[in-house]
Each structure stands twice: as C-alpha cells, then as structure tokens.
Design a protein around this ligand. Structure first.
Ligand code: AR6
Length: 179
C-alpha cells in the first residue's frame, strides 16, 4: 500500500478487489451502454445484484469520457459511479477521453457530497490501454482535481494485479508524488 498527501486529501494505491471497498462510491469501468460486461464491471454487477443493471438500464447509456451515478445496492459502497473510458486506438484523443472519465467521476462525486472514492484502472483491461500510458494520466488527473477545489478526501486506486499496481507506483514516482 502507498499513500500520498495532496492538500487535505489522501491518494492511495492498493492491490485488491474494488467490490469489497467500504467507501462512499466505487467507480465502475463501464461501457457506453452501461450494460454489465466482463472484467471489473462484471464483478461489480454480480456483487451489487440485478438492481444495479436495472438502474443502469433506466439511465440508458453514457458517452465515452463521461460518468453516471447509481446506488450501490448490495455493495458496501453506497454508490457506484459508472465511468466510460476509451477503447485504446493510439489516437491522441485517447488520453483526453481517459482523463475526462476520471475527472467526470470526481466531479460527480463532489456534486453528490461524496468524499471517499475508489477507482479501478479504467481502460487497461478489455479496452487495451497500455498501463504505462494510462497510469500517469489517471494519477495526474486525480491529483489535479483534488488539488484545485475539491471536497474529496480520499482517492483510492484499487489495483487487481501486481503488474498494474507496479505501473501505478512507477507513475506516482515519475509524477514526483512523495509517500
Ligand atoms: N477490482 C479491481 N480491479 C479489477 C477487478 C476487481 N474486482 N476485476 C478486474 N479488474 P476491465 P476496461 C481490473 O477490462 O479495460 C467491461 O466488459 C483489470 O485487471 O474491467 O475499462 C465493460 O463493460 C484491469 O486492470 O475494464 C466494458 O465493456 C482493470 O480492472 C469494458 O470491459 C480494468 O479492466 C471496459 O474495459
């Protein structure tokens, strides 16, 4: 586990399963239809119960780079923020869309008065975003939002495997975040 102080907030990197996190909101790496898929999304939907897919169906979808919020149903977390990252294409716009998915999630959390948020590594599984490109975008975007004006007090990255965890540790070092 690694922790970094950013003003009043803490940024954490841990290895683990996001489904088990007891925070105000966990973020789902969703797709534009908001239908349950594989990966972290499949795990979140299985743990939350069928009510989550019903709530997502009522919302009806979410463009890439944006986020939507639902209740958490049977999860420990009270809310799920469904963020849609880009499918990696190699186009420079991928980075903007990935940053926007993180930024939109944090702004939505803030609008709902949520202070403790857990993220997975958006887009680096099924969507094929290279880890060493995605990790610095994820961390720098969250640092910038939290630094600027935010009421958010905890941003926890819950990283499923050692390779992903190590990529985020390297990115934090390269960004000059001090443990
Ligand atoms: N907790 C934390 N991280 C996890 C978990 C978990 N329980 N399970 C997997 N991961 P992915 P994407 C990691 O593929 O690339 C879905 O079908 C995983 O190891 O879940 O954004 C959606 O519906 C990887 O590091 O998301 C979309 O269609 C990271 O979560 C599509 O996949 C993200 O991998 C989105 O693809």
């Amino acid at each position: 586990m690694m922790q970094f102080k950013i003003g009043l907030a803490t940024l954490e990197l841990i290895r683990g399963n996001i489904v088990e996190q007891d925070v105000d909101a966990i973020v789902n790496a969703a797709n534009e239809t908001l239908a349950p898929g594989g990966g972290v999304s499949g795990a979140i939907h299985r743990a939350a119960g069928p009510e989550l897919a019903e709530a997502c169906a009522r919302i009806g979808g979410c463009p890439t780079g944006e986020a939507r919020i639902t209740a958490g149903y049977h999860l420990k977390a009270r809310h799920v923020i469904h963020a849609v990252g880009p499918r990696y294409s190699g186009n420079p716009r991928d980075a903007e869309l990935l940053a926007s998915a993180y930024r939109s999630s944090l702004l939505l959390a803030e609008q709902h008065g949520l202070q403790h948020i857990a993220f997975p590594s958006i887009s680096t599984g099924i969507y094929g975003y290279p880890l060493d490109e995605a990790a610095p975008i994820a961390l720098a975007t969250c640092r910038d939002v939290v630094q600027s004006h935010s009421e958010i007090r905890l941003v926890r990255f819950v990283l499923f495997d050692e390779e992903t965890f190590q990529a985020y540790v390297r990115a934090a070092q390269n960004l000059g975040l001090i443990p």
